[in-house]
Design a protein around this ligand. Structure first.
Ligand SMILES: [Zn+2]
Length: 195
């Protein structure tokens, strides 16, 4: 079961080992902290389970791997400039390594030019009840950080902007971080009234 080890499944090349500069960094951190406070990115010890990103001119800026969202700062963010899916290599600007799910983020940005923000978390309440809430869900549980997982997500993003990766988490995409956030708030309200 080598696919299930916890860690980053690609080689990272640091073009510059410094924090990426962007005026939206603060928003990314604020939204991450909000999702964390709502229990949508639970912390299992190694760090918070989830990752958020927004599109930039050169690629996208994403939250790092194995970081506790509560203490996250701009120094933790990573700009992904290039992804080679086949060779499993990425080029970044940042001090830390990006989230292991950066392949999935890259695949979504590549396929969906209208999408500028991706929020992903392990929101247990919703993962377990996708059917009940009629939220589109992938059919199979697939290992994180793989192309298969990315493709299975892309397939169902046609059905809705908030979807469930089976037994794993949710993915919410938006034209902006605000839009993705608002969709998550709507789902959260629905879930609250249903319990
Ligand atoms: Zn995940």
């Amino acid at each position: 079961m080598t696919e299930e080890y916890v860690g980053v499944k690609f080689a990272t090349k640091f073009v510059k080992k410094e924090k990426p500069i962007n005026k939206n960094n603060e928003n990314l951190i604020a939204y991450s902290k909000k999702l964390y406070s709502l229990n949508m990115m639970p912390d299992y010890g190694l760090g918070s389970s989830g990752n958020l990103s927004f599109r930039t001119e050169k690629g996208f800026i994403i939250t790092p791997t194995a970081t506790h969202t509560n203490n996250m700062s701009e120094d933790d963010l990573v700009e992904v400039l290039k992804v080679d899916l086949k060779k499993r290599k990425i080029k970044v600007i940042g001090i830390k390594k990006p989230s292991s799910e950066c392949f999935m983020h890259w695949m979504i940005y590549n396929k969906m030019p209208e999408i500028n923000a991706i929020f992903h978390g392990h929101w247990e309440k919703v993962i377990k009840n996708a059917k009940r809430y009629k939220i589109p869900s992938t059919e199979k549980e697939l290992p994180y950080g793989t192309k298969k997982l990315g493709n299975s997500v892309l397939d169902i993003l046609e059905k809705g902007k908030f979807i469930i990766m089976k037994n794993h988490g949710f993915v919410c995409v938006g034209k902006s971080m605000r839009e993705a956030h608002d969709d998550i708030v709507n789902i959260n309200n629905m879930v609250k009234f249903n319990f």
